[in-house]
Design a binder for this molecule. Structure first.
Ligand SMILES: Cc1cc2nc3c(=O)[nH]c(=O)nc-3n(C[C@H](O)[C@H](O)[C@H](O)COP(=O)(O)OP(=O)(O)OC[C@H]3O[C@@H](n4cnc5c(N)ncnc54)[C@H](O)[C@@H]3O)c2cc1C
Length: 529
């Protein structure tokens, strides 16, 4: 197929009259990852669970929780075992590890695909496609607890009939035009990390269903340092994109917990929020322009001006559209210089309410670091139970005891109520980060905040990458886990957490759920209302 990207690039190069070509880093050949197979993700990922195939939480031959593979060295700097975890899940969650519930070993048998021949003929030279059952299964779902449950123990009501892999915007235009003409349903697919069940196919759908996997569209079209804008194809995966942008000294700053797998198009279509939103904003703050192929043509703004006062910004209709309005092919983002300094940190508070009050205060004072997350006591204990063994077990245990003595006996924090805030500072210079720290410490001191060190902050930040692996581990022992995210005003935080917990306990009791429900809350904040 001819490379039509050059045409796209030159259109951009000649776009804003005031922009000289020397300001633009044109990257027609910067491919974040070339795909050589029809597998949706590289490196290999599990077909019936979360994440990389080589990474799995399991009980080793001594019955100790361990993580396979070599990934996530931040959390596991030495040995990849978590000596306290098993005891904690048995005592606190009431999990009986003798009572296992292993996943299906074989993939379900899929019904034969329903093929709309006219459509397939029409797209034969515009996108590679596959009817392979493995690819159809991979594209039939997202990553909710319910979907993973179905993968492990059952099957789905419907599967896409075919998976197509467009390589450029023109391919997508041709696909959508053919779908309209031949009455076919297209579902855009990014990283498959959806938590809204939007990738599942309604049972009533009786047209041919096409999953449009965007991962081959993973190029940076251009970066303009002068305007601080970058245009990226929609299939670029978060961590790959960040790595490629790093090479040009810039960052998008958008880091959802799923960024190892989720894509630019998925972020826009789900109105995603990243861990460092305090510094960079949520996805809606970063998008300046986009291209979306709709059944009635391609939508894009004529100019990527910083803002406009004439009429509503129509770009926003794509934000949160979950693929129902069209397929996003390119997104122009605001970018920032890569921060010169990044530091992790953590602060302990005596209880959740005090921690919340402090976070609110920090927000009002504008003293919020790039990432700030408060974990309630349950999550704090969970994090402690997950601590990896660092070096000699004897030394680790002695250090643990000393720390615990200091926190509980000298500072009088109650282990059953204390909470932790994990922090990431980013700044232009050491001095910049130093003054951010000073401003934060001044306020946290007024709430009995106790500095708990960079290591806890770093581990807390990267532990978020572990959560979905933990969920799969729970499934092995009849334990189900899910996270819900919402946004509420400050005065509703505590009542909301309490009522969600209460509701879950009531529902679990009413349904005769065995074991003890474990409900924990985490607060990330941005707004001052
Ligand atoms: C462990 C875990 C952690 C997560 N952490 C976060 C987090 O920190 N913040 C957050 O906001 N979300 C988070 N999520 C949810 C999820 O990662 C986001 O919604 C993400 O933006 C989805 O991106 P994706 O590329 O995986 O899209 P997919 O899951 O493939 O698709 C999601 C939706 O977007 C549509 N879509 C995908 N690509 C396009 C496109 N190019 N054009 C039009 N529509 C498209 C799909 O049709 C679907 O409706 C998390 C999920 C998991 C499982």
């Amino acid at each position: 197929m001819a490379d039509r990207r050059v045409g796209v690039l030159s259109a951009h190069l000649s776009a804003p009259a005031a922009t000289r070509s020397s300001d633009i880093v044109a990257c027609p050949t910067v491919s974040l990852k070339k795909f050589t197979t029809t597998r949706a993700r590289k490196p290999p990922t599990k077909w019936n669970g979360w994440g990389y195939e080589d990474t799995r939480l399991y009980l080793n031959q001594d019955g100790v929780a361990a993580l396979s593979g070599t990934r996530y060295p931040h959390i596991f700097p030495a040995r990849r075992i978590m000596p306290k975890f098993r005891g904690w899940v048995e005592d606190v969650l009431g999990i009986d590890i003798r009572n296992t519930s292993p996943a299906n070993r074989t993939k379900p048998e899929l019904p034969p695909p329903f093929v709309n021949k006219e459509f397939m003929d029409a797209i034969s030279d515009c996108a590679e496609s596959t009817f392979d059952d493995g690819a159809r299964l991979d594209h039939a779902h997202g990553a909710t607890c319910q979907e993973v449950f179905r993968l492990r123990y059952g099957s789905f009501d419907k599967y896409p009939d075919v998976v197509v892999f467009p390589s450029c915007h023109d391919d997508v235009e041709a696909l959508v035009a053919a779908a309209v003409k031949h009455d076919v349903c297209i579902i855009p697919f990014g990283g498959g990390t959806s938590v809204s069940a939007a990738l599942e196919i309604p049972e009533r759908e009786n047209r041919m269903v096409v999953s449009c996997d965007m991962k081959r569209m993973n190029h940076i079209c251009w970066i303009n340092h002068k305007t601080s804008l970058a245009c990226v194809e929609a299939g670029a995966v978060g961590i790959d994109l960040q790595e490629a942008l790093d090479a040009y000294g810039v960052t998008l700053g958008h880091e959802p917990d799923s960024s190892e797998f989720s894509t630019v198009g998925g972020w826009v279509a789900t109105r995603a929020s990243g861990m460092k939103k305090n510094a960079y904003g949520n996805i809606e703050d970063l998008v300046v322009n986009l291209k979306m192929v709709t059944p009635s043509g391609t939508f894009t703004k004529q100019a990527s001006a910083p803002r406009s006062s004439t009429g509503p910004d129509l770009t926003h209709i794509a934000l949160g559209s979950e693929g129902i309005l069209g397929i996003i092919t390119e997104v122009t983002f605001r970018i920032s210089p890569t921060p010169a300094v990044q530091e992790y940190d953590s602060v302990l508070f005596p209880d959740f309410e005090t921690g919340i009050a402090c976070m609110h205060h920090l927000t009002r004072e504008g003293a919020v670091p790039a990432a700030l997350r408060l974990q309630d006591n349950m999550q704090f204990q969970f994090g402690q139970a997950l601590s990896a063994e660092s070096g000699s077990p004897m030394r680790a245990s002695v250090i643990d005891k000393i720390k615990k003595y200091y926190v509980t006996q000298i500072k009088n924090f109650d282990p059953e109520s204390m909470v932790v805030a994990t922090i990431v500072y980013e700044g232009k210079s050491e001095q910049d980060v130093k003054s951010q720290k000073k401003a934060l410490e001044k306020i946290t001191a007024g709430y009995s905040g106790m500095h708990a060190g960079a290591e806890n902050g770093l581990k807390g930040y990267f532990l978020t990458y572990m959560i979905a692996y933990m969920r799969d581990f729970g499934f092995e022992f009849n334990f189900m886990a899910e996270s819900f995210e919402t946004s509420v005003a400050w005065d509703a935080v505590v009542p909301m957490c309490e009522s969600v917990k209460e509701r879950i306990f009531v529902e679990a009791a009413a349904r005769g759920v065995r074991g003890r429900p474990f409900v924990s809350c985490r607060l990330s904040q941005t707004y001052d209302t």
